[in-house]
Ligand binder design. Structure first.
Ligand SMILES: Cc1ncc(C[n+]2csc(CCOP(=O)(O)OP(=O)(O)O)c2C)c(N)n1
Ligand code: SF4
Ligand SMILES: [Mg+2]
Length: 289
C-alpha cells in the first residue's frame, strides 16, 4: 500500500472533504460508480467532523476494495472476503475508532458471505458499505451473487441461472439494526445515509448501487427505476421494510430500517467484570496493541 501521511493532530480549522482525500489518485475507470461512493464517504466524514486519525477503513479485494488507498485515514486492504472479521477485530480492540468496512458484491456476498449475517447479528459498531456493481469488476466480468438472472457473462455464457440475492432483505432477515440503500449517482443523498450509518451505534449495512461502466453498465437501468422512500416511511417497522425489500418494483433509496439495540461492545461491557476487577479496555490494548 502506498504511503499516505496521516497527520498526528486534529487541525484547528473545520475538516473538509479534501482532508480525507489521500494523495493517491483513484485508478478506477472514468465513470465508475465507486467515485461517487468515495466522494459520499468523504462528505459523510466531513459532515460528522471525525478526525482522520480516528477513522479506519477496511476492505477485501476488488476494484471497490481499493478505496482505502484513496482515503487519508488509517486503512487495511485485506484478503478477498475478509473485511468484516478484520473490521470486527479492530473495533473490539479500539472501540474509540470509527470503523468502516467497504467492499464489493463479490467480496461481501460471495466469498465473504459467511461473515455477513454473523457480523450483523453480533451488532459490532461497524459501518459496512457494499459497492454493488453486480459483477466481478477486478477480475474482468464474471457473474456475482447479485447479477441479474439470465445475464450473460464470461463465467455464465448461457446466462446466470441463479436468482440474484437481495442484499437489503438479507440484512433485514439477519437482524440488522440499520439497513439502507444508496446510489453512487446520487452522492449527496448517499452521504446523508452514510453519515446516519456512522452515527448509528451498532452494525450498519449500506447497500449501494455502484455501476461498473466497463463490464456491466447499469446507469440507465437505475436512473429509470430509482426513487426515494415515501416521506412518511417508518424506519422502525421491520415487517414493512421486509415487505418492501421483497416486493418493490422500483429501487428505493433511504433508510429502510433502524433499531436502537445495544452494540456488541456495550453488551460485552455489561457482562465483563467491572473496572478494578478487570479492565476490558486495558486488557484489549495490552494484548493486541
Ligand atoms: C481468495 C481469492 N479468491 C479469488 C480472488 C480473485 N478475485 C479478486 S477480486 C474478485 C471479485 C471482485 O468482485 P467484487 O468484490 O464485486 O469487486 P469489484 O471488483 O466488482 O468492485 C475475485 C474473485 C482473490 N483475489 N482471492
Ligand atoms: S472495471 Fe468496473 S468496477 Fe472496476 S474500476 Fe472499471 S468501472 Fe469500476
Ligand atoms: Mg462487484
Amino acid at each position: 500500500m502506498p504511503d499516505v501521511t496521516i497527520p498526528t493532530q486534529a487541525p484547528s480549522q473545520p475538516l473538509t472533504v479534501k482532508d480525507y482525500r489521500s494523495e493517491v489518485k483513484p485508478v478506477w475507470c472514468p465513470g465508475c460508480g465507486d467515485f461517487g461512493v468515495l466522494s459520499a464517504t468523504f462528505k459523510a466524514l466531513a459532515m460528522l467532523q471525525i478526525p482522520v486519525q480516528q477513522v479506519v477503513v477496511v476492505s477485501g479485494i476488488g476494484c471497490s476494495s481499493r478505496a482505502p488507498y484513496f482515503m487519508r485515514v488509517y486503512g487495511f486492504h485485506g484478503v478477498h472476503g475478509r473485511a468484516l472479521p478484520i473490521a470486527t477485530g479492530i473495533k473490539l480492540a479500539r472501540p474509540d475508532l470509527t470503523v468502516l468496512a467497504m467492499g464489493g458484491d463479490g467480496d461481501l456476498m460471495a466469498i465473504g458471505m459467511g461473515h455477513l449475517p454473523h457480523a450483523i447479528s453480533r451488532n459490532v459498531d461497524i459501518t459496512c458499505i457494499m459497492m454493488d456493481n453486480q459483477i466481478y469488476g477486478l477480475t474482468k466480468a464474471q457473474a456475482s451473487p447479485t447479477t441479474f438472472l439470465g445475464h450473460k457473462t464470461k463465467s455464465t455464457p448461457y446466462g446466470v441461472m441463479a436468482r440474484p440475492l437481495n442484499p437489503v432483505l438479507l440484512a433485514l432477515a439477519s437482524g440488522a439494526t440499520f439497513v439502507a440503500r444508496g446510489y453512487s449517482a446520487r452522492p449527496n443523498e448517499l452521504a446523508q445515509i452514510i453519515a446516519e450509518g456512522v452515527r448509528h451505534r451498532g452494525f450498519s449495512f449500506i447497500h449501494v448501487h455502484s455501476p461498473c461502466v466497463e463490464f456491466f453498465n447499469t446507469y440507465d437501468y437505475y436512473d429509470q427505476r430509482i426513487t426515494t422512500l415515501p416521506a412518511d416511511w417508518d424506519p422502525h417497522d421491520l415487517k414493512g421494510a421486509m415487505e418492501l425489500a421483497l416486493t418493490e418494483k422500483e429501487v428505493h433509496l433511504g433508510i429502510f430500517y433502524r433499531a436502537e439495540t445495544p452494540a456488541y461492545e456495550d453488551r460485552l461491557r455489561e457482562v465483563a467484570p467491572k473496572k478494578g476487577e478487570f479492565d476490558l479496555d486495558r486488557y484489549l490494548r495490552e494484548r493486541y496493541m
